[in-house]
Write a protein that binds this ligand. Structure first.
Ligand code: MG
Length: 279
């Protein structure tokens, strides 16, 4: 038997794509609840409970809890924290920028998504501008990557689109060590989804491909350190960071953003792309 036959294809069947709609919808519910609840005074631990309740109400379970040693529904990365932030009881403050990463599993199929919320500080307009713009550029970088997926012949075109957008619109850093991924029966599968050009084309984009596209962007340098808890990752220079993420399916009739309530219609309209529901 050839080794190839032992490896799971990165391309899902139409029936498998359909099974990924439910965990996607559970992530949508969690993101909507998180977006509505994130404001000064609320704690990341409170947001964690809100996200868990939303996922369970949608018939799912939080899949981050399946990671060994992790007991929470979300990762909450405030200001200079980049990824893997364990929710704390420190209340959010005006001027904070908080990335909220969440995922769900239903019937063994996974979703993964993230939003960043920039909290305005009326007393510090320059801070408000800084956190708002960083989140906006990061979100738009994600949509440029998703839009490229709709027309790409090969997956690594996504990184070209993400990097081109960021470099044309900011002097922000793209955290090259943090990449998106395939998603399906596991939250993290092949193939890697880079946020910068990598000098090779990557796998073919064709029906059945499902990927999490998740640029992480810094307002300063791109070097990071792992904190003493052995989990939380922080910007080495203390600069702010932001993350946006969606799980996106390619199917025979188009693309569909599994973790967006509208399938990505609002974010993709600027590119003239209309997402098509998974049949
Ligand atoms: Mg992810």
């Amino acid at each position: 038997m050839s080794r190839g036959l032992l490896r799971r294809s990165i391309y899902k069947s139409p029936a498998q794509l359909r099974l990924m709609r439910a965990p996607g919808a559970a992530a949508v519910a969690a993101l909507e609840a998180l977006a509505a609840a994130t404001r000064p005074g609320v704690t990341p631990l409170e947001l964690d409970a809100i996200a868990e309740a939303a996922i369970r109400a949608a018939g799912g379970a939080p899949n981050f809890m399946l990671e060994p040693g992790y007991r929470h529904t979300i990762c909450a990365n405030v200001n200079e924290h980049v990824v893997h932030g364990i929710p704390t009881d420190r209340p959010l403050e005006a001027g904070d920028i908080v990335a909220l990463d969440v995922g769900a599993v239903i019937d063994g199929w996974h979703s993964d998504a993230a939003i960043t919320v920039a909290l305005p500080d009326p007393a510090r307009p320059e801070r408000t501008e800084a956190v708002t713009r960083l989140s906006s550029v990061t979100e738009q970088a994600m949509w440029h990557g998703i839009a490229r997926l709709a027309t790409a012949s090969h997956l690594n075109e996504i990184g070209e689109a993400v990097a081109a957008y960021v470099r044309a619109n900011s002097d922000y850093g793209i955290l090259e060590d943090y990449i998106g991924h395939g998603i399906g029966r596991r939250m993290h599968e092949d193939p890697p989804v880079f946020n910068v050009p990598v000098g090779r084309r990557g796998p073919e984009v064709k029906p059945g491909l499902v990927v999490a596209i998740e640029p992480i962007i810094s307002a300063g340098g791109i070097d990071t350190i792992v904190e003493a808890d052995d989990w939380t990752v922080t910007m080495a220079d203390g600069s702010l960071s932001a993350q946006w993420e969606h799980s996106v399916a390619v199917h025979a009739d188009g693309i569909w953003v599994l973790t967006a309530a509208d399938g990505g219609a609002a974010g993709l309209a600027q590119f003239g792309i209309t997402p098509v529901p998974i049949p």
